[in-house]
Design a protein around this ligand. Structure first.
Ligand SMILES: O=C(O)[C@H](O)[C@@H](O)[C@H](O)[C@H](O)COP(=O)(O)O
Length: 258
């Protein structure tokens, strides 16, 4: 029998940021090891918001093999790469400038194409095709790890509630010109790409996320974008949260095991 049903989310809750960050770093290093053993590289998609700060446990961590990482942005705001709103700028400030990752292993959008978002999204998709399709001949890229946050409205990446992009079935990278969260012009990985990943880790902290995390995990039938992230078998999905964010969640917690 072929198993295709998504695996159930694993919810791990931590008393403080320090413990969350240590566990997240362990989790990432383990994923990195498995990926490098299998394929000689580690493909990661990373988003913006508060996430990059939570990756502090990777800094000065000798277990991280930065030269094997290939990093893409799960979503990116269409602004210059050194702009305050750029997810690349944010990740560079919080993480990449502090670790020895080769610049060519970080795949950014091409802001010179900003006048034509279709062209910019196509170019980013081609960059993904160069990294994945030619090596794995896959219908969708299979990221070893996707690191995501959520907004208080249940969005993730630049996939917003009720937006037409949630129905995208073919494209790997899509664009949006009417993001309800500024800035309005963005590109984002699509749901099928997220749902083909080997591992997804959501990182969610703070009281302001308590209501939405309850809806996402306890009422997935409401269909918020983050609830629709359910990687197909054999992919796995993990939620790393603090107590404040998980305060209203009924969904069972799993103790974090190294
Ligand atoms: O570019 C973006 O807007 C982000 O990638 C976005 O999807 C973010 O991850 C969430 O909005 C959570 O943001 P916070 O962690 O700051 O709440």
């Amino acid at each position: 029998m072929v198993h295709t049903a998504p695996t159930a989310p694993v919810l791990c809750t931590f008393p403080n940021d320090q413990e969350l960050q240590a566990a997240l770093a362990h989790f990432i290093v383990k994923a990195q090891k498995e990926s490098i053993e299998k394929k000689g590289r580690f493909t990661v998609a990373i988003s913006g918001g508060s996430l990059p700060k939570q990756l502090a446990g990777l800094i000065d961590n000798p277990a991280v093999k930065w030269d094997k990482w290939q990093v893409f942005y799960a979503d990116e705001r269409v602004v210059p790469l050194d702009h305050e709103d750029s997810n690349h700028h944010l990740n560079t400030r919080e993480l990449f400038s502090k670790v020895p990752i080769p610049r060519q292993n970080i795949h950014t959008i091409d802001p010179s194409l900003a006048d034509d978002l279709e062209e910019l999204a196509d170019a980013y998709e081609k960059e993904l095709i160069r990294e994945f399709a030619m090596k794995d001949s896959a219908r969708f890229p299979i990221f070893d790890l996707v690191l995501l946050g959520i907004g208080p409205d249940g969005h993730t990446c630049s996939l917003f509630p009720g937006h037409a992009l949630l129905s995208e079935e073919d494209r790997w990278v899509a664009y949006i010109e009417d993001s309800p969260k500024p800035p309005p012009r963005r590109v984002t990985l699509t749901l099928p790409v997220l749902n083909h990943a080997a591992r997804i880790a959501f990182v969610v902290t703070g009281e302001s996320k308590a209501d939405v995390l309850h809806t996402i995990l306890d009422e997935p039938e409401k269909g918020l974008p983050a609830s629709r992230v359910r990687p197909v078998y054999p992919g796995h999905i993990y939620w790393f949260t603090d107590e404040a964010a998980a305060a209203k969640v009924q969904y069972p917690r799993t103790p974090f095991k190294l």
